[in-house]
Design a binder for this molecule. Structure first.
Ligand SMILES: Cc1cc2nc3c(=O)[nH]c(=O)nc-3n(C[C@H](O)[C@H](O)[C@H](O)COP(=O)(O)OP(=O)(O)OC[C@H]3O[C@@H](n4cnc5c(N)ncnc54)[C@H](O)[C@@H]3O)c2cc1C
Length: 429
């Protein structure tokens, strides 16, 4: 039986491992003490709750993610409103609304004042077309028109999806997302988040699945060098030994881009990154919201620092994308500023009242959360195949056609499996 060595236990590596486990002997080498990489949860001793390193949202139009969750038996660990609704609050003028997309492809929602973005001009919708037709040099800002549809919907969606400021972000990458989501109708845009943490949804069930196939997971095992000869990887080094590959063996390198380029110096990879900041606030009671916010379990904010606020039992978790722009602010300042924004946005829609001062909180900055999704960086993304016949690449930074996302990472794992000649569920359009 062939033996596939997977280096890196983030979602790309786990996706490849889950796909390969029924077909080959799999060994996964993870440098850290746990798998999950940039999408994991952990018990925070100060807050005394389990939190995610970063809030992650999936949309129903993420087919590979849902297939992966089905394989590992974890689809029911996600929660969401079950319909395409997005409650919003504008911090500049205190306006509250809910975007309600029509289920089918015809966008009736654009014609209904109750469903669309308040103050929008229908002409602004043409920017969606410009984004879907954008070439690989154009930026998002070049395709947007000015108006409330842009300010209150497209700009916040673009910055969350691409994690890059709109003046430099790739229009083609955003266009690809729009083609798979908004253009397919509301059915493709239902929001989902992990109910009890990312590890409970994406990581632990995958490890249990892999155990059933006797796959080996080696934690705390950093791979520090690959040896190649005659167009093949012949061995690689971990901290305590050299692993020598047999004639049937292959390797999937599923590490972050900078690690991949240190192991394969000739490889061109994205080399500019953006951070994401997350603020978590623990309250002494379970938070219950009324109306659309209660149904959705989150709210989008416009006009401030916070972009999304997620309600999880007694924890409010906030996302701030493209956070390099706030690198001068201290964590304490950010926590206080964000708490004021939350109080403004949620004060009127939760049962009871929010504390007047910042409650127990944790601030996490993921410095290299994603590659900067610019046209220049997008060109630096390699495909899964390499010049070594038994070596394939995976990771959200490989050429998936999408920015850094869970869906991109899981798709990249399938691409690597296909590149090595194994069966894979990959369907490339
Ligand atoms: C704060 C934050 C918020 C996000 N929000 C969203 C969101 O809302 N929706 C969404 O879809 N996506 C989101 N993302 C992006 C998503 O998390 C990533 O795209 C995805 O997790 C990347 O997975 P990966 O396997 O490609 O890389 P990684 O998760 O980086 O995995 C790489 C793994 O390789 C290991 N490794 C590194 N070096 C070595 C070595 N030498 N040997 C062995 N192992 C090694 C690492 O420890 C790690 O486990 C977010 C990311 C962050 C950080």
């Amino acid at each position: 039986m062939s033996h596939v060595h997977i280096i890196g236990g983030g979602l790309a590596g786990l996706s490849a491992a889950v796909e390969l486990a029924p077909q080959a002997q799999v060994t996964l080498y993870e440098a850290g003490p746990v798998c999950g990489g940039r999408a994991r949860s952990y018990y925070d001793r100060t807050l005394e709750v389990t939190i995610d390193n970063g809030n992650h949202m999936l949309l129903s139009a993420n087919p590979y993610s849902f297939r992966y969750l089905d394989l590992i038996g974890a689809r029911n660990t996600l929660k969401g409103p079950g319909k395409p609704i997005f409650p919003w609050y504008d911090l500049d003028d205190g306006l509250r609304w809910c975007l309600r997309l029509s289920k089918g492809k015809i966008p009736f929602w654009l014609l209904s004042r109750r469903s669309r973005v308040p103050g929008m001009d229908l002409k602004e919708v043409l920017s969606l077309r410009r984004l879907m037709k954008a070439n690989d040099k154009m930026t998002v800002a070049e395709c947007l028109s000015s108006g409330e549809f842009t300010r209150r919907l497209l700009a916040p969606l673009a910055i969350s999806a691409l994690n890059t400021d709109l003046e430099s972000a790739s229009a083609a990458l955003l266009g690809n997302i729009i083609k798979k989501t908004l253009a397919q109708g509301g059915q493709a845009c239902c929001p989902w988040v992990a109910k009890n943490g990312l590890s409970e949804s994406f990581v632990n069930p995958a490890l249990t699945y892999l155990e059933k196939f006797y796959s080996r997971i080696l934690f705390g095992t950093r791979v520090s060098a690959l040896r190649r000869e005659n167009g093949r990887v012949i061995s690689f080094r971990t901290f305590d030994r050299e692993i020598v590959l047999g004639a049937e063996d292959s390797v999937i390198l599923a590490v972050p881009a900078p690690v991949a380029s240190s192991l394969l110096p000739e490889l061109e990879v994205p080399n500019a990154f953006e951070s994401i900041a997350n603020a978590h606030y623990r309250l002494p009671y379970k938070i219950k919201a009324k109306g659309d916010v209660g149904k959705a379990g989150f709210i989008g904010l416009v006009g401030g620092m916070a972009e999304w606020v997620f309600l999880h039992d007694n924890v409010l978790s906030v996302t701030v994308s493209a956070a390099n722009r706030y690198s001068e602010y201290s964590n304490e300042t950010m926590l206080d500023m964000i708490w004021e924004e939350i109080s403004q946005a949620l004060g009127a829609v939760i049962e009871g009242s929010l504390p007047l001062t910042t409650p127990a909180s944790r601030f996490i900055r993921e410095k290299r959360a994603t590659f900067a999704a610019t046209p220049e960086q997008n060109k630096r993304r390699p495909g899964a195949k390499t010049s070594s016949e038994n070596l394939a690449l995976a990771g959200d930074w490989t050429d998936t056609g999408f920015p850094s996302t869970i869906e991109g990472a899981i798709q990249s794992g399938l691409e690597a499996v296909a590149a090595l000649g194994f069966r894979s569920a990959l369907k490339r359009s």
